[in-house]
Design a protein around this ligand. Sequence first.
Ligand SMILES: Cc1cc2nc3c(=O)[nH]c(=O)nc-3n(C[C@H](O)[C@H](O)[C@H](O)COP(=O)(O)OP(=O)(O)OC[C@H]3O[C@@H](n4cnc5c(N)ncnc54)[C@H](O)[C@@H]3O)c2cc1C
Length: 494
Amino acid sequence: MLGICPKYVLSGRLDRGEAAIDSLAPIYAELDGRAVVLFMHPTTLACRRRPESIGPRSRMSVKRSYRMHRVVIIGGGIGGMVTATHLARRFGRSGKAEVVLVDRNRAHVWKPMLHTFAAGTSDYDSEKISFIPHAKLTGYKYWPGDFGGIDRKTRTVTLKATPLPAPGEVLPETTIAYDTLVLALGSQVNDFGTPGVLEHCHFIDDIGDATAFNDLLGSKIVLAAKAGKDLNVVIVGGGATGVELAAELTESMQIVSNYDSALTRTHLRLTLIENASRVLEPFPEKTSHAVEAKLRGLGIDVRTSTKVVGVDAQGVLLDGNQRIDADLVVWAAGVKAPAVMTNLDGLTVNRRGQAEVSDTLQTSTDERIFALGDCAALTGADGKPLPATAQVARQQGLFLAKSLAANIQHAAQLGHFKYRDMGSLVALGEYAAYGTLGSYGFFKGAAFKGWLAQMGHAALYRMHQLDINGPLRGAVIWWSASLRRLVEPRVRTS
Ligand SMILES: Cc1cc2nc3c(=O)[nH]c(=O)nc-3n(C[C@H](O)[C@H](O)[C@H](O)COP(=O)(O)OP(=O)(O)OC[C@H]3O[C@@H](n4cnc5c(N)ncnc54)[C@H](O)[C@@H]3O)c2cc1C
């Protein structure tokens, strides 16, 4: 006998064997010619749908059982969240497949906003999307946990034991079985082996880091004000993240100064250091020079062709034995895939730790394992690797959801991903914005700036909100955020 559920006595044998079934797995069973969903828990079986023809407490025999095809997505950032949402919508209630999304955080945020949380010009609590209600509304399952590895033979992933917010409480190690696995782990900061970076720098590539930096910044400003001193902040890396952070920090201090508190007499002295000969190297030269001039106009000390060779508790050490003293150093000088990617049961990765994928987004090592976004390495039509950007992650997420759904539901061939470079945008807070039109479309490579670029920058986030919330809910969220902005302070003050 298999078990007793509230209404039936079940007997028979599960085809796939109990070992393959974990607590997340719904089991489909054929009971006297009808399919019913059984949920397997370690000790019990519960019947969810009752075949109409069979009376309560009937004795039934399980002739065939199967688990739905399960797509497990690791990482609920831009690429992972778009894939999970669109796959779940496509599978609907067909009963052919289920989607499980794993993330170590409880909420999703639009990562290109992290520097605004760090500067305090946006509020994390207003912008986050909690996975639990989103999963329920969209139709996927969310599982919290820190991804630790893969066993390709048993087709399982391991989530490490993870401390919970309550002191002493730990989520135990878990394994989840998959049929298809999607790696969407994003990226982490790359210190390029520079001594002292990991010990002394602050990072803003994760929500925890960004909010922790904002708390620290607030505290340091209070302490500097009390001591009658200025606060020196050095940002290493003149890419989009460093440039945008410098502008947001300036804006944040300007807004605070309107509140006329004693704190505002403290000056924030910002230095932006870039190794290359200009900031925003991927942008046209004209845009880089315009951005540099704008930043200098805001009082930021921009140093190009300057290499940081070490960081200590007092500041940064430059090539040529010079130093810049700093109260806070933010490292925004490049990214690589998370360390866990280099130890995934033989999965081939490049020197930045990204999984090598073909244009179907299947990894070169295992056709059941896909990777996308910052943690995947794919060469574009121009022979260059695709950049680690939100645009690439979004396009790959939308593509993979469509391709996988057709493959799993209708046994269609997997599609071939083609990247459309729609250009790049950078916003210097509310001061200015710049953009280029990329290699796709009519005005290839054209540069532009001003309100059009500012609107384009904001539109990317709004499109993402529509992608993952649908048009109606997305529009309401957008509208309510605009209303909130009318009545709330423009900078985080607590
Ligand atoms: C400050 C900042 C500003 C940026 N601005 C821009 C911009 O203006 N334009 C642009 O195109 N790009 C920008 N980017 C880059 C862009 O955000 C990334 O390219 C994009 O988010 C990549 O998407 P992804 O889905 O690959 O990864 P992510 O969006 O980073 O998502 C990865 C997810 O995986 C989860 N995760 C990671 N490790 C684990 C683990 N071990 N276990 C469980 N979960 C895990 C994370 O919690 C996260 O939710 C910016 C990045 C930063 C940091």
